[in-house]
Every structure is written in C-alpha cells, then in structure tokens.
Design a protein around this ligand. Structure first.
Ligand SMILES: CCCCCCC[C@H](O)CC(=O)SCCNC(=O)CCNC(=O)[C@H](O)C(C)(C)COP(=O)([O-])OP(=O)([O-])OC[C@H]1O[C@@H](n2cnc3c(N)ncnc32)[C@H](O)[C@@H]1OP(=O)([O-])[O-]
Ligand SMILES: NC(=O)c1ccc[n+]([C@@H]2O[C@H](COP(=O)([O-])OP(=O)(O)OC[C@H]3O[C@@H](n4cnc5c(N)ncnc54)[C@H](O)[C@@H]3O)[C@@H](O)[C@H]2O)c1
Length: 721
C-alpha cells in the first residue's frame, strides 16, 4: 500500500509500504497513482516527496508478479512514471536503503533525487533476464551519458550514493534523515520551473565514435554473456536511447522487453533469484531448521593448512573482521603463505575500497596455537589418515565447545567427526577455489551434527559473502557427486570418437564457463589420479583386454590415468587435454598429439570412432549429471532442487540463464530426459549412471510437476520407504 500525508505545511509525502522491499506490486502502483493525483490536485501542496518505509526506497517491480504478462493487473508502471515526470509541482525521491530496477526508474521519473550516503542504486533487471523497461533504458543514458549507462544496465551492478552523485544520477547525498532532507529540499524548489528537470526531454550527451563504442560494447557483452540474451537487449535499448527520439526509444524498449519477458531465460534467472533465497532457509532431515536453530557468535577462528585453499579461507575469514589463527607446519609453505595472504588482502582492499584486515591474522607452525579459538577450518591434504590425525589433535587441543570444520572435497565428514570428543560439533565447510573469491560454500552436516553448528556456519558463510547451501554427507556431497557421471560421460565420448575440443565446445556453447576438459586441465589431472590410485582403480599402462575398461562391473575409462602417466597434468605442466605455451599458462590450444594418442588408444581397445553430435554430448553429459541429481534428492542429501541448482550456478559454472541442472531438466521436459536416459542406458548397459533414477520415473508418472512442486513428490516417495 501507499501512505499519504501533508508535512511542513506544503509538501505532500508519499510513503511506499510493501514489505520486505516496497516492491511495486499492483496495490502499490494503485496507491502511487492515487496519492500523486491527490497531491497534485491539492492547492496547499506545492511540492511532493516520495519515500519508502523501513529505510528502503524501493526494490523495483514485484518479481512474483512476473509469471506472465497477462497476469499483471493494476496500473502499468510506464504511464505512472510519466505522470510524475509531467507533474507541474516538483517531485523529489528520498532514497534510503536502495532504489533498484523499477524503484530507480520511479526515481528517474521524479524531478530530483536525494540519496542517503549508505544507499545503493542500480538497474539489476539484466540479472533477471530483463531490461529496465519502465523507461530506465531511455532515461538513464540521457541523464548520465551512454558509456556510464551501458556499464550499469548491462551488468546490473549496484552503485553507492557517492558514485551516483559523481555520475549525476542523484542530486544530493544526505548523511542523516533523508526524508527530512528531501522535504527541506522540496520546500526550496517549490514553484521553480521544471522544464530542465524532465529527463525524457533531454538529449543523450554526445559520444564521439558512437558506432565504434556500441560495436565494442556489443562484442564484449556477447563474449561474457555466454548465450544470455538480456545483456544484448540492454545494449540495443541503450543504443535506441542514443539514436532515437524518446518516444521511439520507448517503443524499442517495449519490443525488446516483450521478447525477453517470454524467453525461458527470464524464467530461469528469476527462478535463480528466488532459489538463492530458498537455500538460506535450510532444513535438516532431523527436522532442525534455519528459523528454529540459533547459532552463537564466533570471535576467533583458525585455519589449518595454508595451501591453495587455506590461504583463500584465511583471507575470507579476515575480511569479515574475525581474528584468525593460521597454522601451517611446513616451513616453506608457511613463509610463502604469509606473503600470499598479505598480497591477497591488499588486492581485496584495493578492489573493495575497505581497510586492510592484516592485523587480525596471527601465524603459527603449531596446532597448540588454536587452543582458544571458537571455530577451526581444516584444509590439509586430501588424505583421510592425515585428516583423522589432525581431528584427533584438534579435539585434544581446542577448548570444549569449539566447532571443528573440514574443507574436504570428498572424504567422509562423519568419519572425521568420530575422531573427536564432540562429534556433534563437526561439519564440512566445502569452499571452492579460489576460496576468497568463489561464492559457493557447501555446508555438509552428518546425522550427528548439531543444528546450532549448522546455523553458525551458515551465518559465517553469509558474513563471508558466500551463498551457503546445507547438504547431507555422502561421497562428493552434492556438487562433486553429480560432477562424476558428467565427467565420466565426457571420457567415454572421447573413447567413442569425440575430441576434447568437440566436447568442450558443445558445453561452452550451452553456456558453461569452461568445458569439462578445460576444467580438468585447470584443476590438475593428477588430483583425481591420486584418488583413483588410492582406490585401487589404476592399472599401470591402462591395462589391456576387456577388464581394462571395466571396474567393479561398471564401465571405466583409463584415459585420465594414461595422460597422467605421460606427465600431462594440465596447465601446471603445460600439457594436458590441451597444450599450453608454458607451464602455468591458461591459453588452451588443441594438441595434435592428442589425435594420435586417441587413435592408438581406440585401436588397442578395438573401438571404432564414430561421429558424435553436440546433442549427444549435451544429453549424455548433462542428463547423467541430472540423473545423479535426482538420486541426491531421493537420498535426502539435498533438501530440494533449488539447493542443487544454486550449487551448480555458483560453484560449477553452470549458465545461470539456464537456471541450474534440475530447473533445466524441468524446462526440457522430464519425460524427454527420461526417454533419452532410457535410450542411452539401453545402448550402454555397463553405465549404471545412465539408468533413470526411480524419483525421475515417479515425477514423470505424477505428470511432471513444475520444479517448485517436486518436494511434495519427494516427501511421498520417502514416506513410502
Ligand atoms: C512490459 C512490462 C513492463 C514491466 C516494467 C518493468 C519494470 C522494471 O524495469 C522491472 C524490475 O524492476 S525487475 C526488479 C528489479 N529489482 C531487483 O532486481 C532487486 C531485487 N532485490 C534485491 O536485489 C534485494 O532483495 C535487495 C538488494 C533489494 C535487498 O537485499 P536483502 O536485504 O539482502 O534482502 P533479500 O533477502 O534479497 O530480499 C528480501 C526479501 O524480499 C524479496 N524481494 C526482494 N526484491 C523483490 C522484488 N523486486 N520483488 C519481489 N520480492 C522481492 C526477496 O524474495 C526476499 O523474500 P524471500 O521471501 O526471502 O524470498
Ligand atoms: N584445491 C582445490 O581446488 C580444492 C577445492 C575444494 C576443496 N579442497 C580441499 O581442501 C583441502 C586442501 O587442499 P589444497 O588444494 O589447499 O591442498 P594444498 O596441498 O595446496 O595444501 C595443503 C596444505 O596443508 C599443509 N599441511 C599438511 N599437513 C598439515 C598439518 N598437519 N598441519 C598444518 N598444515 C598441514 C601442507 O603443508 C599444505 O600447505 C583438501 O582437503 C582438498 O580436497 C581443495
């Protein structure tokens, strides 16, 4: 709703009231239209201020209303904003908290904008698969110029009030009560001419070499968009602002929006927006939940092992303001880590403009130094024997009640918990490399983990700026468990006739940041090789005969092992599935050696290469992964499809505009996924990961309900077990 009052004698004050972010629902739009009308027709009112309740101006259009255009009721935003701009009394937007999307567009329709110094503004529509279609794409370039508008609209980034002032997006920044400041300002401009304040009348500030600018931006956007269409439409809309009269520009904005609105991408991105919030409302099979479990404050934390991961985790913790004890036993690593952490912190401070967090870290080579910390994150080598020893030591050294967390990527968290005096105080905190940058944190609880600890760790993840997802304990947890069948299929396709480039290209065209083989080169082929050797899966020379490609009755590809035997560990050795200029280089080039290597391999194993289509690559890799996702849901390892999707979008480079693997399966059609899996499983009886999981069958049998209804089917399936 919208509240109206007259203040300071002659200022009409309109307050948007629609928790949580004063989003512009139909009722709010009605309220704005009515109250603006009231203010303009009241002769005692000389100027108007629009603000939002609870320290928030407006979070934009109500995204929940975006199911279909036809469902949108109430006054449309565009004429509402036009009538504010056309008003003959000055209208001032008092921006507290934030003005985003339609909220900022509303403010751009006002004649003046005053923002609190802590407020943020932005046009994040592109992140929802849309563009600022209530005039934002046309007004912003007219106000702040084409280059700055392109930067804001194509990225959706939020900017501070200071930056907004510098760009001329707001007229004044207030340090104290913004509404009071806006009312004072409104009184001071009452009666003044508004001709020069209506942005739609402005010409875009001229840009030299405009064609070149747009070509350049379009090229950059196409490269980074990875198949997303909204950023491209945003450039086209700004181009219309720069080249067409306002009314025609608005028409173009409308046409572009109509295309985006009905695209599956907008649905996927809006699903991701809500899914990200759903995963914050975690629950455990025991019934413990986010809203009934209370954590306790963490003042001091420790990190054990300062290798690749430990360094990033130390930085992420220090940046939250915590005191951190960083422990590393090897002298060389110890010295290198200190330098590396310090450099990472400096770079982070430069990027964020926030002060350095150096002083908060103390370094030690002894585990005794962690005796008084509240929480420990272990990040030593991925070796169960070593980790068990470290957990026994931690349990002996730490004060009672200390939370013990492991950053293992695959090992059994319960087994580690069983090494300690208080197994209920042990969970996994699975960060992704680089740990201070990557957004995802998998929080892995076991059957004994205390809800208090899960609450603490989820909260800590939030403070570190992570998207934390609580999942159950199993090999590889959710992310790496689902990655295995995906990778296996990529290897099998190589054996059957594909090349690393062919597979990667298909996956990158789909929208992945990197294909499976480029990722493998980046993370190092030796990591998996070590694990497979420990598991007794590796036969020197790849073995021969039928058994060479079968392990425990299941198809196995020794290709990765053979690559490692040749010292081809990926980027670190300058050779892997691709070749690189030198070790450590990132520029992957196809390696002709690979051709003869694969030919020789196929000949040895009696395999006849066939043509593999992009469709087969996508179906086999993605559907195998999705099938495992259904098993994860069936096993209760993830609470719902949203958890899986968020893990993949934030941790594994899954294209956000495709919503995550489970949402994608739903978009493709569960019956189609089932049919294709059945087809491939029949052709490959030695690949059980292609055998459709029973939950997928049950979902199809219950009419393929939309993804937000799956939880009900899963609940029924579990209750029948
Ligand atoms: C032809 C047709 C013409 C159409 C015209 C188009 C107009 C326009 O260009 C389109 C838009 O404005 S598109 C919109 C452009 N605007 C945006 O993209 C801004 C989206 N919002 C945000 O980025 C963040 O919420 C804030 C930064 C506002 C606050 O961050 P924070 O303090 O960390 O809080 P939090 O945890 O994030 O959210 C709290 C709760 O609020 C909920 N909710 C939030 N916004 C909502 C909305 N607009 N709606 C509904 N709900 C919204 C959110 O779901 C959550 O509830 P839940 O029950 O837990 O799920
Ligand atoms: N590298 C990744 O991409 C990645 C991603 C997610 C999780 N992980 C997991 O994180 C953990 C660490 O991986 P990493 O890549 O950082 O390994 P790393 O080899 O880079 O670092 C491990 C560090 O631990 C130190 N260490 C060993 N024993 C120790 C002890 N008893 N006390 C203190 N320090 C000790 C080593 O000296 C080394 O510096 C592993 O469990 C791994 O599975 C790694």
């Amino acid at each position: 709703m919208t509240q109206y009052s007259r203040v300071s004698g002659s200022v009409g004050l309109i307050t948007l009231k629609n928790p949580p972010v004063n989003q512009l629902s139909a009722v709010v739009r009605h309220g704005i239209v009515d109250t603006v009308q009231k203010a303009l027709s009241d002769p005692k009112v000389k100027s108007v201020v629009i603000c939002g309740q609870n320290g928030m101006f407006c979070g934009g259009a109500d995204i929940k209303e975006f199911q279909t255009l036809a469902n949108m009721r109430g006054p449309p935003l565009i004429p509402m904003i036009h009538s504010i701009e056309a008003a003959d009394k000055p209208v001032v937007a008092a921006i507290e908290g934030g003005a985003f999307g339609g909220g900022l567009e509303l403010a751009l329709g006002c004649h003046y904008r005053i923002a609190h110094s802590k407020a943020k503004v932005g046009l994040p529509e592109v992140t929802l698969g849309l563009l600022p279609a209530a005039g934002g794409s046309q007004r912003l370039p007219r106000l702040i110029g084409v280059p700055a508008a392109l930067s804001l609209i194509t990225t959706g980034r939020h900017i501070t009030a200071a930056e907004a002032l510098q760009l001329g997006l707001v007229d004044q920044v207030a340090d104290h009560n913004t509404v009071d400041a806006a009312v004072k300002f409104a009184l001071s401009v009452a009666g003044q001419s508004l001709d020069a304040r209506r942005i739609s009348n402005f010409q875009c500030p001229p840009v030299p070499n405009m064609d070149a600018l747009f070509e350049d931006v379009m090229q950059k956007v196409r490269t980074t968009a990875r198949g997303a269409i909204a950023p491209i439409a945003c450039v086209q809309a700004v181009r219309a602002a720069a080249t067409l009269p306002y009314t025609q520009g608005m028409q173009r904005e409308k046409e572009l929006m109509a295309t985006l609105f009905t695209s599956g991408q907008a649905r996927a991105l809006q699903y991701c927006f809500f899914a990200q919030r759903v995963v914050g409302r975690w629950s455990m099979p025991s019934g413990a939940r986010w809203d009934t479990s209370k954590g306790r404050p963490i003042h001091k934390a420790a990190v054990i092992g300062l290798g690749t991961m430990g360094r990033g985790i130390t930085v992420a913790l220090a940046q939250t303001g915590l005191s951190v004890v960083a422990v590393e036993t090897q002298e060389k690593q110890f010295m290198e880590a200190k330098k590396a952490v310090s450099n990472m912190l400096e770079r982070g401070a430069k990027r964020s403009g926030k002060p350095l967090a150096h002083g908060k870290i103390t370094y030690s080579q002894s585990l005794q130094a962690v005796a008084d910390v509240d929480l420990v994150i272990e990040a030593v080598f991925e070796d169960m024997g070593l980790k068990k020893k470290v957990f026994q030591q931690l349990s002996a050294v730490c004060k009672p009640g200390t939370f013990l967390c492991t950053n293992t990527s695959t090992l059994d968290v319960d087994e580690l918990a069983s090494q300690t005096h208080q197994p209920e105080l042990v969970v996994g905190m699975h960060f992704f490399a680089p740990a201070h940058i990557m957004k995802l944190l998998e929080v892995v609880y076991g059957p004994r983990s205390s809800p208090e600890l899960v609450a603490v760790v989820m909260e800590l993840g939030k403070k570190m700026g992570k998207v934390s997802v609580a999942v159950g304990n199993c090999r590889g947890f959710v992310g790496n468990r689902m990655l295995k069948p995906y990778r296996d299929q990529a290897y099998f396709l190589l054996e059957e006739g594909a090349t690393p480039q062919l597979i990667d290209q298909a996956l990158e065209e789909f929208g992945f940041a990197m294909g499976a083989f480029k990722v493998s080169d980046l993370s190092g082929l030796d990591v998996g090789w070590k694990v497979r050797k420990e598991e007794g899966l590796v036969q020197p020379g790849g073995g021969s005969g039928k058994s060479a490609r079968i392990r425990n009755g299941v198809r196995y590809s020794p290709l990765g092992d053979l690559m490692c035997e040749q010292g081809r560990f990926g980027q670190k050795t300058g050779r892997g599935w691709y070749q690189y200029d030198k070790p450590g280089s990132r520029d992957a080039r196809p390696d002709p050696w690979m051709h003869s290597f694969l030919e020789e391999y196929r000949a040895r194993h009696g395999l006849v290469a066939r043509r593999i289509s992009n469709q087969e690559v996508l179906e086999r890799c993605l559907y195998a992964m999705i099938n495992e996702g259904f098993r994860v849901l069936e096993d209760g390892i993830a609470a719902g499809p949203e958890d899986i999707d968020i893990i993949y979008v934030f941790g594994y480079g899954w294209p956000r505009h495709r919503g995550g693997p489970m949402f994608y399966a739903n978009m493709v059609g569960l019956e189609i996924v089932l049919e294709r899996l059945e087809h491939y499983a029949q052709a490959n009886p030695d690949m059980p990961t292609l055998q459709p999981c029973s939950l997928l069958r049950k979902l199809v049998a219950s009419g393929s309900p939309p993804v937000n209804k799956w939880k009900e089917v899963i609940k029924n399936v579990r209750s029948q077990l």
